[in-house]
Design a protein around this ligand. Structure first.
Ligand code: 4AD
Length: 470
């Protein structure tokens, strides 16, 4: 086969080399009948290619043909790399150009596109500036983007977002494997709701009532009963959310962990701490291009978190309530924090401690799910925690009740029909170690790490109360 060069890797060191690239036509600008500038894009990276009429090499007809190509068509370009005197504006590879000798159209796109990729890739500031200059441009709204997601995905920012997502998942897996965890898969079709509440998709399972798993909660705990010691899962999670918010989806990717606890639930928080610092470090070190591409369209400040030996900040729920109180915000000390007070607390914590990533633990028992272990010394509280990035929740976790009689009692108290989860409760009758774990929303991690304003931006094909296509 021939040697193909990635647009991303085109650089001045390749001067005078003949390269072969495949990409999409982003723009074509003819200058008279003898020259055409074709910007070619591959995986979010762009290069300016120049077609100039030259005897025996490039005909006027070829220039005409190039000019007729529709945007987003796939093309193969062969040409010589040159280094222009001034950097090229309008291409990510600003230091080089390609002087085209051959140009093939591999596959044509339709002439009119529902989304113009260049417009879809502009930042809010660029849009404002363009409008002020009286430029013709269309502000691409979220619904249009999602309706034509396969076009929207082509913007450099989106190319970055989903590569970042993949890296989070990858480091999650690698880190846990290195700590002796085993990757498992639990069923998504289950007989009873795993988290209680109403946010469950019910379905008919060959004549029996069933539902889509709201989390791997019950079965990941059962794997601990099955003596795996430490497990993790990466898989889909279904929530029949009613409300339309910036951070809830009806289907998201759950990163779940469950592990034996030897002495204290802080062992689980220690894993959260080291796992996430490793993830953030790796994103910052290995995904610079992706973060830059995202930041060009959606400018954001890098996440502030404690690096190196400094442990991630842990505050108790009581301390959090106290901080809010001192700032003039009264919240119920045995209720849950609402979105607004969580945000506010995030700001207070960032100001006082200089971190936007922290753990809030020892929540009131009343606001936690039935399987949560109460505090030994004060059962009004629980051995549980939430983890926040920029004042929004990305994780919730806890030690679990591993004594079956007590577990059944807690389920009943929380209004759960114990019959529907009897196999789960029975699992603890054959010797079950103390254990705990946590669940992470992958889309939320990416959204908040990059300070994006909507979870739909970090889900490839989002499912929300109003959308099940494409
Ligand atoms: O807080 P949740 O509901 O906790 C559980 O599912 C427990 N079983 C976890 C555990 O092991 N104790 O969900 C966990 C995380 C949340 O912190 C959030 O990041 C994400 O899942 N999440 C959602 N993400 C997108 N859309 C939704 N509707 C979400 N609901 C929860």
């Amino acid at each position: 086969g021939r040697q193909w060069t990635k647009v991303e890797l085109l650089a001045p060191v390749m001067r005078d080399q003949v390269v072969l690239i495949r990409g999409r036509v982003q723009t074509i600008r003819p200058v008279g009948k003898k020259i055409a500038f074709v910007v070619v894009r591959e995986r979010g990276f762009t290069v300016q290619c120049v077609l100039t009429v030259k005897p025996e090499l490039v005909s006027a007809q070829m220039v005409k043909f190039a000019t007729s190509l529709s945007k987003e068509s796939i093309v193969d370009v062969e040409g010589v790399v040159t280094v222009p005197e001034k950097p090229i504006t309008g291409a990510t590879q600003q230091q080089v150009e390609v002087q085209i000798s051959k140009l093939y159209c591999v596959n044509k796109a339709v002439p009119t596109l529902p989304i113009n990729i260049e417009d879809a890739a502009r930042s809010e500031v660029e849009i404002e500036q363009a409008l002020e200059k009286g430029e013709q441009l269309v502000r691409v709204n979220q619904d249009t983007r999602l309706n034509y997601r396969i076009l929207d995905m082509r913007t450099p920012a989106n190319q970055g977002i989903f590569r970042i997502q993949c890296q989070v998942e990858n480091i999650f897996r690698q880190f846990l494997l290195s700590e002796g965890f085993v990757g498992i898969h639990t069923p998504k079709l289950i007989g009873g709701s795993s988290e209680g509440g109403s946010a469950v998709f019910r379905l008919d399972y060959k004549g029996q009532p069933a539902c889509l798993a709201q989390s791997p909660q019950l079965h990941k705990q059962m794997a601990i009963c099955g003596d795996f010691g430490r497990v993790f899962e990466i898989g889909p999670v279904f929530r029949a959310e009613d409300s339309f918010t910036h951070r809830h989806l009806c289907e998201f990717t759950g990163l779940d962990v469950e592990m034996e606890i030897k002495e204290h639930y802080s062992e689980v928080m220690d894993i959260v701490d080291r796992l996430f610092v490793t993830i953030f470090d790796s994103l910052n070190d290995k995904c610079k291009k992706e973060l830059e591409a995202i930041g060009r369209q959606y400018p954001f400040e890098p996440l502030r978190y404690f690096r190196g030996d400094k442990k991630t900040l842990r505050l108790t729920f009581e301390e959090g309530v106290q901080m809010l109180k001192e700032a003039g915000i009264e919240v119920d000390p045995f209720g849950d924090l609402n979105t607004e007070s969580e945000r506010k607390l995030g700001q207070l914590v960032a100001k006082k401690y200089g971190t936007e990533f922290y753990i809030l633990h020892k929540y009131p028992l009343a606001v936690r799910p039935f399987y949560t272990m109460p505090c030994y010394d004060n059962p009004a509280y629980s051995n549980s925690f939430d983890v926040f990035i920029r004042g929004e929740e990305i994780i919730s976790g806890a030690q679990r009740v591993h004594v079956p009689e007590f577990l059944a009692k807690r389920a009943e108290e929380c209004g759960i029909d114990v019959k529907t989860i009897s196999t789960y409760i029975d699992s603890f009758r054959y010797g079950a170690p103390p254990h705990g774990g946590f669940g992470v929303g992958l889309e939320r991690v990416v959204m908040l790490f990059c300070a994006l304003n909507n979870i739909r931006k970090t889900s490839l094909f989002p499912r929300d109360p109003q959308r099940i296509a494409p």
